[in-house]
Design a protein around this ligand. Sequence first.
Ligand code: FES
Length: 134
Amino acid sequence: MLINGAERQIHVDPERTLLNVVRDDLGLTGSKVGCGDGKCGACTLLVNGQPVQSCSMTVGAAAGSHIMTIEGLAQAGQLHVLQAAFLETGAFQCGYCTAGMISRFEWEELRGVVSVALLVLLFSVIRLLTLPMA
Ligand code: FES
């Protein structure tokens, strides 16, 4: 399977979840276990460019696919524009499900559904509205 652009050979039980293998066998721990039931999106990865709740996909079903994790979005030491936007606007909140949100927004941006500029504006407005009053 291709993980973040690099070919990886893994020999595991094909019925294990993709999330479990990515985290525990490949050490890519950016994606988190939230509900563990395909509902919250904290575990979202891009599989062949499509967002997938990796807690609900077996690694066998993902065999031969290109998997993009949050660790693969930054290139050459530079944050992806969405990562930078989250950082710039303080959109991380507790950070637990941030990797899933960014993966989902990456897919939305690639499809032209949402733009980084719109997200930065939205996050900035939310930040202003939630700042404590002086
Ligand atoms: S952990 Fe909630 S959807 Fe996967």
